[in-house]
Design a protein around this ligand. Structure first.
Ligand code: CTP
Ligand code: MG
Length: 184
């Protein structure tokens, strides 16, 4: 089934984005707050801002790869035959590790490029900038993963429609759980 296949494929990119955000609430990890732009500004505006840290980038990508490994175990080792995951049933461990790395890392690179443009047009860190805040990570991850594996336009379309909705719902949940400072 297309929708399930699309969501299954996208798990590492959602994991990467969520865990990069969650990393600022994890004890010890939250102290590692070196910004990727090292605090530098151009024309009095930060290059990326304090919201893009090496911690988020590393932890998000790491969690995406773990998610990819769990997906492999789920597809290969479970005794149930998941018909709807037909595209992934014969995929190797290497396939899952490479795609999850590219999806996870690509998501955070896309997110950082969005912040770069956001700062240039003068929007402060953490302020909303729809629909770019909702789609940056999806576009980044699809571009990166497509170097190795192109998921097909149908899956991309499903994700383009569903991701902004899921993103908003998960942000509201994280806000209510005090894991995020703002609800958007
Ligand atoms: N985060 C991080 N490193 C990243 C991405 C995210 O540490 N590479 C953490 C930051 O604590 C950030 C939070 O996750 O504040 C939420 O991420 P996001 O909404 O992408 O960043 P914003 O703070 O809103 O910054 P921007 O306006 O640049 O998007
Ligand atoms: Mg934000």
């Amino acid at each position: 089934m297309l929708i399930l296949e699309a969501f299954f494929f996208a798990i590492p990119l959602y994991v990467s984005n969520s865990f990069a955000s969650l990393s600022m609430s994890i004890p010890k990890l939250k102290d590692w707050s070196t910004p990727i732009d090292l605090g530098k500004s151009i024309n009095n505006k930060r290059i990326l801002g304090d919201g893009k840290t090496f911690r988020g980038l590393t932890f998000g990508t790491f969690c995406a790869i773990i998610a990819g490994f769990l997906q492999y175990l789920f597809v290969k080792k479970s005794c149930i035959n998941f018909e709807y995951l037909i595209s992934f049933n014969n995929a190797s461990l290497a396939f899952f590790l490479i795609t999850s790395f590219l999806l996870g890392f690509g998501a955070l690179v896309g997110d950082s490029i969005k912040s770069l443009i956001k700062r240039r047009v003068g929007i402060k860190r953490g302020r909303p900038w729809p629909p770019f805040d909702q789609l940056d990570f999806l576009v980044g991850s699809i571009l990166f993963v497509s170097i190795y594996y192109f998921p097909g336009w149908k899956i991309i379309l499903v994700l383009l429609i569903a991701t902004p909705i899921l993103h908003l719902l998960s942000n509201i949940t994280a806000y209510l759980l005090n894991l995020k400072e703002v609800w958007w």
